[in-house]
Write a protein that binds this ligand. Structure first.
Ligand code: ZN
Length: 285
């Protein structure tokens, strides 16, 4: 994908390189020393003491993180992610206005390492990239994209990363359009169909990723669509089940098969028409 020199989004919250440091132990010592000092000098009452300890306690949990300098490669990845995010903002802004869907609201993308707290609870790298509707943010630990190659067997490449990002943006689009909320309600009313609703929702996010790629064609390089399809293939439920448990159980699918994921991505890519993304009638009938 040709991305160098293009607009980068300002909606990137880069928390990589931040980690809970060894400061916590030091903080503990500071608290103890203050308590001792106050006791030693008399005068201070328990009432005044409490907030000091509390304050130190808070900063221990939230702010005493260590920030290491990002490597040149990490900075480059950050620039790439900011460019892909900017591109989704431009494309979806246009698609929303062309289709009279109101104003597209840009989401925030959080890059993190290891663990992150979100509007949807705490998450670790193990969750993979995800979108949280509660705070309308995408959370990405970029280590996932190494795993996509090593564990999931995808061919990798920058457009594989762009596809996964565009899929998560697809969930943001579904949230703005109210689709996610409707599906959640239907899943609660009809628990035996919950997985099938999930598959339809996920395939539609793949379709939206394809729609984004459709409007990004002038920046595509040879092999880019193959990279996206290889990633879609690798994260199909059947491919994952075959790899992890040896057999395939379609009723337990939550994201769709490799074939379905590739097909819906391609449909979005070829048509660029969001009105053709009704994955629900295919999956629920
Ligand atoms: Zn998804």
């Amino acid at each position: 994908m040709k991305w160098q020199g293009r607009r980068q989004s300002g909606n990137l919250d880069d928390r990589r390189g931040m980690s809970k440091g060894k400061m916590a132990a030091g903080g503990g010592i500071v608290v103890t020393l203050i308590v001792l000092a106050l006791n030693f000098f008399g005068g201070e009452t328990g009432q005044q003491l409490a907030p000091i300890v509390e304050q130190l306690g808070n900063s221990q949990g939230n702010q005493q993180t260590e920030q290491r300098e990002l490597t040149a490669q990490e900075k480059e990845m950050g620039n790439f992610m900011a460019t892909v995010l900017a591109d989704t903002e431009d494309v979806w802004g246009k698609v929303f206005s062309d289709n009279n869907l109101g104003q597209y609201q840009d989401p925030t993308m959080v890059l993190f390492t290891d663990a992150v707290s979100t509007g949807c609870g705490n998450a670790s790298s193990a969750s993979g990239p995800f979108y949280c509707p509660a705070d309308q943010k995408l959370y990405m630990d970029l280590a996932f994209f190494d795993e996509l190659k090593t564990r999931f067997g995808a061919q990798g490449g920058d457009f594989a990363i762009a596809y996964v990002t565009a899929h998560e943006i697809g969930h943001h689009v579904q949230t703005l359009l109210g689709t996610s909320q409707k599906v959640t309600k239907l899943q609660q009313q009809n628990r035996s169909e919950a997985n099938r609703f999930s598959v339809a929702l996920e395939l539609q996010a793949d379709f939206y990723a394809g729609v984004w790629a459709h409007y990004n064609q002038e920046y595509l390089e040879e092999g880019d669509i193959d990279e996206a399809l290889s990633a879609a293939n690798a994260v199909g439920d059947d491919a994952i089940q075959k790899r992890t448990q040896g057999n395939v159980v379609p009723d337990s699918f939550t994201h769709g098969s490799s074939e379905q994921r590739k097909r819906w991505f391609m449909k979005g890519y070829k048509t660029g028409d969001i009105k053709q993304g009704d994955t629900f009638s295919e999956i629920l009938n």
